[in-house]
Design a protein around this ligand. Structure first.
Ligand code: PEP
Ligand code: MG
Length: 902
């Protein structure tokens, strides 16, 4: 290659030099174009400018040394290969300049087509196309439009307006009715627009066009919408984009030309078959932008059998090669097929499971790989409910089920309105003719997206699927009128604020709010669908992958449950015990009065009476839970929150007392309560009298709970059942606290249990940083640890868990101080380090110490992987997240412990 290239500053790669594993350097598009080139598939020649060049440009604001020379050398090689040169007035080479980052960001960054056209080469292009002046001038006006908009920030509407004007003058609404002269006139109009906004003429020098287009692609990495998309999809901000410079091929040369997008399987359901959209006589961007309605790919067989057969052969080959669903962009130029892009395709959650199962059946991948290819977020999505339809609901329109799910909400027509109403807590459906990248904010805010144009591969469809958001696209019976804030369907007018329901699986649109029904996956987990006996590819695939995850995982999965009902549901979802039974909920409702008596007790006898009244109620609670868990371990946490949480709020009480006094009523009891609440008032209750501190201050409170637990376990055992309680002390920071509670608890347990054979463990939460740092000492007194990562995060960061998420997390996320709330996903470096230290030091002091986690992080996919790495014995999470945790624990095991297939 060129003389300027050395091993450490090679910024440009010919397609023949790359491969699919070089995505970091060449971006997804470039790496896969290289892979296809090397497979011998028909890819137009070209080269890729690396992400390294982009990063260097973004860091310094100028192209790195050597880049210009390398581009020149590769351009010369491309010209030689094509037998044409850029800008040649007789026979010009034209190129496209396309972005392509490591992770696909559909429609987020820039593309410029037809680079190399100018006032002279437009004539040569016409000759090349068989004296097709119309085509040549149409290509030129597209260049000025795309270049003006994306490279020079000329407002796109001005070009649109000029195009509309040209059509109006011609008395048509169809672009295809404009002839060569009309388009030549349009080029003049476009040039004037360009000059008006940029203060310069449209650049005639092809190399200048190329360099400016490359620079615009580099810069598009930091465009607002790209930054927003990356934040939403958690794509790192520092990757940069590669730039692909590719010889143009034309799908708009006549009816024997066209362009399309295809999938090797249905990305919606995973069903086998050929799926795609084709648009004759058009350029690629027309399909993705959803500007004109496409025909199903199968139509191509009728239009051009040779190309169709070749395409099917290539698709089969790609799927076998990538061992996965591939999506493809192609163009046919006068009967010759060209591959413009492939990649492992995005898919819905359902398709991810179904395809993984199919590929195992087809022998392309093994079960470890199948497990690796699905994730907990997808499983969680499949556990969402769907519409419950009866004849009362008739669809008013049917579009394409572009991203599955069921969503109802108030209709809005602009992204801004979607954001506004969503911020007020409203569910909204964003309705557009088609979406474009500027609608991203509204799409994020909306429950669902409905468009009247565009196919499965339109912007709306691709982006919604990526977000897991319900989308119906191409519902063309709907006439959308954005300025009037309404749409008309079937003679009926739907205005902003009216409620509609959209089904992203069937593509159907309903007026009003349709009730929803539970997901089949939930029904399977609940045990009401037997995967062996039903014909449901999704349920069978979920069953298969879950069974494999269960076989592979090292982490047990327990649940956080405080009632028999929750415990029962969690067991059906596969929970292997209760990791956190919070007892405070058991003191609410009609038991509040007993708690008030306890708090207000003036003497030891009064207090004992109140506790004695609570004891049988608590015992009954535990009997119910132990029965449901049938011998599985149940960690019961002694009461944790500050006691005034059980009393009325201070202000309310003060007002009540004042009003009652005013009326001359007897308020002795309320006054006593008010005095107690004032006495117990704390500035920072989360750091005050709660957890073990409460147990040490209020005589008999913990003792009553310990007795209730032990008595319940004995009662269940005597009835022929089994109970395995683990008593957990909250908020311990020092071993002495735990020892004090334990000494008293052990006495009670010994007395109650007698010779019943019941065994009760005593352990502690690790949720105060000091406990984590003195875990070696605490382990001497604890039979198990359970990490309370909610409090550990609160106290580790010094963030009030009740206040900060609303107050300032948005700013922290914006600044990238963290990528996700540390209350949602464990902060590995800080809070995670405390967990790691405590696990190591605890186990060093007491080998075999049982370790679990019961904070919210126990059901978060990424955190589950972390807890696996740290070597915990189990995670515990809410019942609904139990399947997610099981799946992710299996994935963590194959990913860290090695898999047979990778
Ligand atoms: C925790 O702090 O992580 C925990 C499980 O306890 P709670 O959320 O009840 O404070
Ligand atoms: Mg806690």
């Amino acid at each position: 290659m060129a003389a300027q290239e050395t091993a450490d500053n090679k910024y440009v790669y010919d397609f023949a030099e790359g491969n699919k594993d070089l995505k970091d350097l060449l971006g997804g598009k470039g790496a896969n174009l290289a892979e296809m080139t090397n497979l011998g598939l028909p890819v137009p020649p070209g080269f890729t400018i690396t992400t390294e060049a982009c990063k260097a440009y973004l860091a310094t604001g100028r192209e790195p040394d050597g880049l210009a020379g390398q581009i020149e050398a590769h351009l010369v090689a491309l010209e030689r290969e094509m037998g044409r040169s850029l800008g040649d007035p007789q026979d010009p080479l034209l190129v496209s300049v396309r972005s392509g980052a490591r992770f696909s960001m559909p429609g987020m960054m820039e593309t410029v087509l037809n680079v190399g056209l100018n006032d002279r080469s437009v004539v040569g292009l016409s000759a090349q196309a068989g004296q097709n002046d119309r085509f040549a001038w149409d290509s030129y006006r597209r260049l000025i439009q795309m270049f003006g908009k994306t490279v020079c920030e000329v407002p796109g509407e001005e070009f649109e307006h000029a195009l509309d004007e040209a059509k109006r003058a011609k008395g048509t609404t169809n672009d295809l009715d404009l002839d060569a002269d009309d388009l030549r006139g349009l080029v003049d109009a476009y040039k004037k627009i360009f000059l008006k906004h940029t203060g310069r003429d449209f650049p005639q020098e092809p190399r200048e066009q190329l360099d400016l287009a490359i620079r615009a692609v580099f810069e598009s990495w930091n465009a607002e919408r790209a930054v927003l998309y990356r934040r939403q999809e958690r794509i790192p901000a520092d990757l940069g984009t590669a730039v692909n410079v590719v010889a143009m091929v034309f799908g708009n040369l006549g009816p024997d030309s066209g362009t399309g997008v295809a999938f090797t399987r249905d990305p919606g359901s995973g069903a086998q078959g050929i799926y795609g959209d084709y648009l004759a006589n058009a350029q690629g961007e027309d399909v993705v932008a959803g500007i004109r309605n496409t025909v199903p790919l199968q139509e191509l067989e009728r239009l051009d059998k040779k190309s169709y057969d070749e395409l099917l052969g290539i698709m089969a080959r790609l799927e076998g090669h990538y061992k996965d669903l591939c999506d493809i962009e192609f163009t046919i130029e006068r009967g010759k097929l060209w591959m413009l892009q492939t990649r492992v395709g995005k898919r819905t959650a359902a398709a991810a499971f179904v395809i993984a199962g199919q590929l195992v059946d087809e022998g392309l991948i093994d079960l470890d790989e199948a497990l690796h290819r699905v994730n907990g977020a997808q499983l969680a999505q499949l556990m969402f409910p769907r519409f419950q339809l009866d004849h009362e609901f008739q669809p008013v329109a049917k579009g394409i089920g572009a991203s599955p799910g069921a969503a109802s909400g108030k209709v809005v027509f602009t992204s801004a309105r979607a954001v506004e109403l969503a911020a007020e807590g409203e569910a909204v459906i964003l309705v557009r003719r088609e979406t474009n990248p500027d609608d991203l904010n509204g799409m994020i805010a909306a429950r669902g997206i409905l468009t009247s144009r565009g196919g499965k591969t339109s912007h709306a469809a691709v982006v919604a699927r990526g977000m897991g958001k319900t989308c119906v696209s191409g519902a063309d019976e709907i006439e959308v009128n954005v300025p009037a804030k309404r749409f008309v369907v079937d003679g009926r007018t739907v205005s902003e604020g009216d409620v509609v329901s959209i089904d992203g699986t069937t593509g159907k649109v309903y007026l009003g709010e349709v009730p929803v029904m539970p997901s089949e996956v939930v029904q399977y987990f609940e045990g009401s669908l037997d995967p062996e006996h039903i014909d449901n590819a999704l349920v069978r695939a979920v069953h298969r992958v879950m069974t494999h995850a269960d076989a592979k995982r090292r982490l047990a999965v327990r649940t956080n449950a405080d009632t028999g009902t929750d415990a029962a549901r969690a067991r059906r979802f596969g929970a292997e015990g209760i990791g956190l039974c919070r007892t405070e909920h058991m003191f609410l409702g009609d038991r509040r009065e007993l708690v008030e008596r306890l708090i207000l007790a003036a003497t030891a006898t009064d207090r004992q009476d109140a506790l004695a009244a609570l004891l049988p109620l608590q015992r009954a609670d535990f009997v119910e839970i132990f029965r449901e868990m049938a011998g599985l371990p149940v960690t019961v946490r002694l009461i944790d929150p500050p006691l005034h949480e059980f009393l009325p709020p201070l202000e309310q009480l003060a007002v009540n007392v004042a009003v009652a006094q005013e009326r001359g009523e007897d308020v002795a009891k309320e006054e006593a309560l008010l005095a107690a609440v004032r006495r117990m008032h704390e500035e920072n209750p989360m750091l005050g009298l709660r957890g073990v501190r409460l147990g040490l201050v209020i005589p008999g409170l913990f003792a009553m709970q310990v007795r209730a637990i032990a008595e319940a376990a004995v009662a269940v055992t005597r009835d022929g059942g089994a109970a395995f309680p683990e008593i957990m002390v909250p908020l311990v920071g020092a071993v002495q606290e735990l020892e004090t509670v334990r000494t008293e608890a052990e006495k009670i347990i010994a007395e109650v249990v007698g010779d019943s054979g019941v065994e009760v463990l005593i352990g502690t939460m690790i949720e105060v940083p000091r406990a984590a740092l003195t875990a070696g000492q605490i382990a001497e007194a604890a039979q198990f640890f359970s990490f309370g990562t909610n409090d550990l995060t609160q106290m580790g960061w010094g963030f009030s868990r009740d206040d900060v998420e609303g107050a300032f997390f948005w700013r922290y996320l914006e600044l990238g101080i963290f990528g996700i709330s540390p209350f949602e996903s464990i902060d590995r470096d800080g809070v995670g380090r405390l967990v790691r230290i405590a696990a190591e030091e605890g186990r060093a002091a007491r080998p075999g110490l049982k370790l679990g986690v019961c904070g919210e992080h126990g059901g978060d996919p990424d955190s589950v992987h972390f807890f696996h790495e740290v070597g915990l014995d189990y995670v515990s999470c809410s019942p609904f997240r139990v399947p997610v945790a099981r799946l992710e624990a299996g994935r963590a095991a194959i990913e860290t412990d090695g898999s047979d297939s990778r």
